[in-house]
Design a protein around this ligand. Structure first.
Ligand code: GLC
Length: 422
C-alpha cells in the first residue's frame, strides 16, 4: 500500500475539476462513441478502424499540460470503452492498442498526468461488444444477427472473470491509480451480471484509498450525474454525497467531426462554479481525433477556461458550498474565511448581500485584486446615502462595483469574512 492510497478520497472533492478523455477505435469513425451499436456493425465492419488505428498524434504530455493549464486536477481516460478495445497492454486479449501499435496508451497517460501533478483516473466499460461471452442485449451491435447456438454459448461468468482480470491489470501495472470510473448499469445488466460486490471488494483490496464511482449499480464513493447539472447538493438517505457531473463539449464523448453543438467557455465556467457551489465536481470531456490529437476547438476551450481559472482557482479548488444565501443571479462558493461571490449577471453599481453586514473584513475583485468598497446598512440609519431603498432587510451588506463589467468569463468578488462560519 502506498502513502497515496492511505490518504483516502479527500483529494477528490478538493480537486473539483477534472478532464475526461474518450479515445478509441470509434474516434476514427468520428461520429460518436456508440457508432458500432448505432449502426449495428459486425466485427468485420468495425475492424476497418482497427486496421487503420494509428494514434501518431496522441501526445499524453500535451494533454496533461492542457489539463493542468485549464485548472484541472485529475484526468480520466477510457482504458476500455463499450467496443471492448483496450488502450492498455492487457494479457487477456489481443484487442489492444499495444498489440496493434506497440503503444500502451494507459501507461503513457498515467505517467504524463503524474508528471504534471494530476491524479490519475481510469474509465472501464462494463459493456463489451467484442468479448465472445458478453451476452447479446438490445444495445449489442449483433442484436439482429447472432445465431441462437452462438448466443447460447455465451457465458457471463467467464466475462466476469475477464473483467476482474483486466481491472487487476489496471490497478497493479500502472502505478497508483486514484480513481476508477465504471460504466454502466442498465435494465438488462446490473450488479449481478457484473459481479459488482466481488469486483468492488477486489478493487478496495488492491487500492484501499481509491475513489470509485457508482455505476456498478451498487453504491460507490460518489454519484455521477451525466450531461445534467444539479442545482443543489445531492443526498442519499438524507446525507450529502460526493458527486461529479460529467459533461461533453458538444454532446458526444468520442470525437464527432460534424457536430458543432459546442458549449461556450463561459457556460462551462458557470457549470463548474455551480457544481462547486452545490458540493460537486465537474469532469469535462474531450474526444481526441482519430489520430489522437486534441482538436483545435477543444484546445481553445480549455485555454479559455484556463485564462479564467488562473486568477480564480482559489474560488474553486478546495472550495465548496456556503450556508449564506446568495442574492439573485449570483452563486457563492466558500473556502474557510473566504466567501466567493460569482456574478452571473453584472449588476448596476450595487449588489446587496443579505446577512453579511458586520461579517466582512475586506472585499476585492478576484481577477485583479482591486478593492471593492462596501457599506453596512442597519436597515434604518441609511439616510446618509442612497444605497438602501426602504425595506432592505437589516443585516444587508452593499458592495459598490464599477459600472463596466470586468472582461473575464465570470467576475468574482472575494469577501474576507471575520470568522470561518458558513
Ligand atoms: C454513457 C455512455 C458512454 C460514455 C459515458 C460517460 O454511459 O454510454 O458512451 O462514455 O456515458 O459518462
Amino acid at each position: 500500500m502506498s502513502g497515496r492510497s492511505e490518504e483516502g478520497s479527500a483529494w477528490f472533492p478538493a480537486a473539483r475539476f477534472g478532464l475526461f478523455v474518450h479515445f478509441g477505435l470509434y474516434s476514427l469513425a468520428a461520429r460518436h462513441e456508440w457508432v458500432r451499436s448505432r449502426e449495428a456493425m459486425t466485427d468485420a465492419d468495425y475492424d476497418r478502424y482497427l486496421e487503420r488505428f494509428d494514434p501518431d498524434l496522441f501526445d499524453a504530455a500535451a494533454l496533461a499540460r492542457a489539463a493542468r493549464e485549464a485548472g484541472m486536477r485529475y484526468a480520466v481516460l477510457t482504458a476500455k470503452h463499450h467496443d471492448g478495445f483496450c488502450l492498455f497492454d492487457s494479457k487477456l486479449t489481443d484487442y489492444t492498442s499495444a498489440r496493434v501499435t506497440g503503444r500502451d496508451l494507459v501507461a503513457e497517460f498515467a505517467e504524463a498526468m503524474r508528471a504534471e501533478g494530476l491524479r490519475v483516473g481510469l474509465y472501464y466499460s462494463l459493456l463489451d461488444w467484442r468479448h465472445p461471452d458478453f451476452t447479446v442485449d438490445r444495445y449489442h451491435p449483433l442484436r439482429d444477427g447472432v445465431r441462437p447456438e452462438e448466443a447460447a454459448g455465451r457465458d457471463m461468468a467467464r466475462y466476469r472473470a475477464y473483467m476482474r482480470g483486466q481491472v487487476r491489470e489496471l490497478l497493479t501495472g500502472y502505478g497508483p491509480v486514484d480513481l476508477l470510473f465504471f460504466d454502466f448499469t442498465y435494465p438488462a445488466k446490473g450488479p449481478a451480471e457484473w459481479g459488482a460486490e466481488e469486483l468492488m471488494a477486489m478493487v478496495r483490496d488492491l487500492r484501499p484509498g481509491i475513489v470509485v464511482n457508482d455505476r456498478l449499480g451498487i453504491p460507490g464513493d460518489y454519484v455521477t450525474p451525466e450531461q445534467y447539472q444539479p442545482d443543489r447538493p445531492l443526498t442519499r438517505d438524507g446525507a450529502e454525497v460526493m458527486w461529479e457531473a460529467c459533461h461533453t463539449l458538444n454532446g458526444s464523448w468520442g470525437y464527432d467531426r460534424d457536430n458543432h453543438d459546442y458549449k461556450s467557455p463561459d457556460l462551462l465556467v458557470r457549470m463548474l462554479v455551480q457544481s462547486v457551489a452545490c458540493g460537486g465536481n465537474l469532469l469535462l470531456n474531450v474526444g481526441p481525433t482519430g489520430r489522437g490529437a486534441l482538436d483545435p476547438r477543444a484546445a481553445q476551450t480549455l485555454r479559455a477556461i484556463g485564462a479564467w481559472m488562473s486568477p480564480h482557482a482559489r474560488a474553486v479548488h478546495g472550495a465548496g458550498p456556503s450556508a449564506f444565501e446568495p442574492p439573485p443571479n449570483c452563486l457563492y462558493t466558500q473556502r474557510g474565511d473566504r466567501l466567493y461571490l460569482h456574478l452571473l449577471a453584472w449588476p448596476l453599481r450595487h449588489v446587496h448581500l443579505p446577512g453579511l453586514a458586520g461579517r466582512v473584513r475586506y472585499a476585492q475583485l478576484l481577477h485583479d485584486g482591486s478593492e471593492v468598497r462596501f457599506d453596512e446598512l442597519d436597515g434604518a440609519g441609511h439616510e446618509h446615502n442612497n444605497l438602501a431603498p426602504p425595506g432592505r432587510p437589516p443585516g444587508t451588506l452593499t458592495l459598490t462595483l464599477p459600472v463596466v463589467r470586468p472582461e473575464v468569463l465570470l467576475p468574482v468578488v472575494e469577501l474576507v469574512l471575520r470568522d470561518e462560519s458558513r
